[in-house]
Write a protein that binds this ligand. Structure first.
Ligand code: BEZ
Length: 244
């Protein structure tokens, strides 16, 4: 079992999906792209259907940011293909095309990948007595390293708006020495990273403001997002203006 830690390179695996085999996960991610690999317990289950529908609705937003999505469960490719019609049917009419579903679903029937990547929920057993895949989210950077990991049990559906929000934070903080505060959203001010010396911070972030704290310690340094930063990937920036 690979115990993935933040900063580890994700293993370059091969797998089957609803739309055919992927020989190399790294090649599938491609150059300069981010990827989100997210698992779910089982096809034709209610919470999973709502989750994949929400991911499909938000797929254009991930695409604009240069982020590729790929789902995973321990069901077969045949099952995934049949279930995709239900996922599209759950969405508003015309919103998601079942014949052009926006991301592949890995068929991890042997459970090899789910085990290897720590995506099994031992408490969630199916009718055959087999533990199911949990609701894991791995966000992988263009360097193929793990940037963020979320793990939910089968009984709690994820918030895909939150996943989009953390992607925006990851894209921003990969480029600039800032960190995003609690409940941050695009457009809000950000914090300058504590490790950045004050003289460098002033040069990099001339609009910096320091908040007075009762301790008198000047650690809460705020700045607007740098003007040259776009949340839309550069290959796509002509067709999609950045969000306000
Ligand atoms: C669901 O997707 O609804 C679900 C799957 C497994 C256990 C509980 C709920």
């Amino acid at each position: 079992i690979v115990r993935m830690k933040l900063g580890d390179v994700i293993p370059d695996f091969h797998c089957d999906t609803d739309r055919g085999r992927i020989d190399s996960f790294h090649d599938w991610i491609g150059e300069g792209k981010w990827a989100i690999l997210f698992s779910h317990p089982a096809d034709f289950t209610p919470v999973c259907t709502t989750e994949l529908a929400r991911a499909a609705q938000l797929a254009p937003e991930f695409d604009k940011r240069g982020v590729k999505l790929i789902a995973l469960s321990i069901d077969s490719a045949v099952s995934h293909r049949a279930w995709i019609a239900d996922i599209a049917g759950y969405c508003a009419y015309g919103e998601v095309d079942k014949d052009n579903f926006p991301f592949p679903i890995i068929a991890d029937e042997s459970r090899y990948l789910s085990e290897a990547l720590g995506m099994i929920d031992p408490d969630e057993i199916n009718a055959s007595g087999v533990p199911l895949s949990a609701r894991a989210v791995l966000v992988i950077g263009p360097d193929k390293k793990l940037k963020l990991q979320i793990l939910y049990p089968a009984t709690t559906g994820r918030n895909f708006d939150e996943i989009l929000r953390v992607v925006d934070s990851l894209l921003l903080t990969a480029k600039h020495k800032v960190a995003t505060p609690a409940d941050w959203k695009v457009g809000n001010v950000v914090m300058i990273q504590p490790s950045l010396p004050q003289d460098e911070a002033l040069l990099l972030f001339p609009r910096m403001a320091i908040m007075d704290m009762p301790s008198g310690i000047e650690y809460l340094r705020l700045t607007p997002i740098p003007d040259d930063f776009s949340f839309v990937s550069s290959s796509d920036s002509s067709s999609h203006p950045p969000p306000p």
